[in-house]
Ligand binder design. Structure first.
Ligand SMILES: *Cc1c(COP(=O)(O)O)cnc(C)c1O
Length: 368
């Protein structure tokens, strides 16, 4: 993948680029599980894709609802507020799973809500939110369903068409493990209709311009895209899809369970509700008396193993292990070994090899 993006660039107004665009959008539609949505490729990180959804779907003063339960839900709220939308929200603690009944009640209390802004994988807590029932509640209330799938697309099940999603925003650098720089946005019919009515200012991210260029005999991007990142993403999708989506999802489930069983075998507590479904990131409570940031720092310094500290209110008490994307079983075993040794060096006694053994037990299970 890195080699693919180090190669000569395909000129974005010349031969070969249309084929690249077609391969990328077809591959991404497979990941989104959609036959009916258009997939647009924007040159930006994931947040740019989220911003495009606000600009293209709404008008000043429109009401939206954000179910709050972590850092990325709060980003949705700040983004909508920055564009002058009226933001309603439900509030649950960080680490909770968003409760669809709470959202349905809030929609009943605020009948003017035009869109519900959801996050499938709340990367700050590791929690996977129940998008299908949340989308149902939003549609029953006549609101657009807009989902941040930046850290979840490709790592956990998602079904754009079957779940009645209107917009879903992903990014190149998470579960596909390509380089950062491309956001992709799946746009369904109801969202296209909203884009025609919306009056918020937009230019670079105007979805209608992307659609016009995508409809050329050889599809193009309206502006000069990050061509090298697109070439890397092309290779990443090819690797991802080689064994099919189901196999990739099963791999994510296995990696996640290995990490969770391993961590529990060290006597540590997991953080976040619905842990069996949380296949992207495992959030872990630091043992009493040990700072979570120190664990992350020592893992990096002593072993070159990069894990994430806690964000917001979880800083210092929670650390996170990511296990989505191009991650192998050996990566997990090594990471758990590094965690065992780090905890021991920080004065927290562990049974040596316990986490590694638990992970190997998961990887040793017979495969279907
Ligand atoms: C990483 C991430 C984003 C996007 O962040 P960028 O730095 O803009 O790519 C958005 N939402 C979630 C849930 C994420 O994990």
């Amino acid at each position: 993948m890195l080699l693919a993006q180090a190669g000569p660039l395909v000129y974005h107004r010349g031969p070969g680029f249309g084929d690249l665009m077609r391969r990328l959008t077809d591959g991404l539609r497979t990941l989104y599980r959609t036959e009916r949505a258009d997939v647009l490729l924007l040159t930006s990180s994931g947040t740019g894709g989220l911003e495009s959804a606000i600009q293209n779907c709404f008008s000043p003063g429109d009401e939206v609802l954000v179910p709050l339960a972590g850092f990325f839900a709060e980003r949705w709220k700040r983004l909508a507020e920055a564009y002058g939308l009226v933001v309603r929200w439900t509030e649950q603690p960080w680490g909770a799973r968003v409760d669809p009944r709470l959202v349905a009640d809030a929609l009943a209390a605020h009948p003017r809500v035009a869109g519900v802004l959801l996050t499938q994988s709340e990367t700050s807590t590791g929690v996977i939110h129940p998008i299908e029932p949340l989308a149902r509640a939003a549609r029953e209330a006549g609101a657009l369903v807009i989902v941040d799938v930046v850290s979840s697309l490709g790592a956990v099940p998602f079904a754009f068409d079957d779940w009645g999603i209107d917009v879903a925003v992903g990014g190149s650098q998470k579960a596909l493990s390509a380089s950062p720089g491309i956001a992709f946005v799946a746009v369904g019919e109801r969202a296209w209709a909203a884009a025609e009515r919306a009056r918020l200012p937009r230019f670079y991210f105007d979805w209608r311009t992307y659609r016009t260029f995508a409809a050329l005999p050889d599809p193009e991007n309206p502006w000069t895209p990050a061509i090298s990142v697109l070439q890397g993403l092309d290779r990443a999708l090819e690797l991802y899809l080689a064994d099919g989506v189901e196999a990739a999802l099963a791999r994510h489930e296995r990696l996640s369970r290995a990490v969770k069983d391993g961590v529990r075998a060290l006597g540590l507590d997991l953080f976040g509700e619905g842990e069996a479904d949380n296949w992207t990131v495992t959030a872990i409570r630091a043992p009493e008396g040990i700072d979570a940031d120190t664990i992350a720092a020592r893992m990096r310094e002593d072993f070159g193993c990069v894990i994430a500290p806690g964000q917001g209110p979880l800083k210092g008490t929670v650390f996170r292990i990511g296990h989505f994307g191009y991650v192998s079983e050996l990566d997990i075993v090594q990471g758990l070994a590094a965690l065992e040794m780090t905890l021991e060096r920080l004065g927290h006694p562990v049974k040596r090899g316990a986490a590694v053994a638990a992970a190997e037990a998961v990887f040793g299970e017979p495969r279907a």
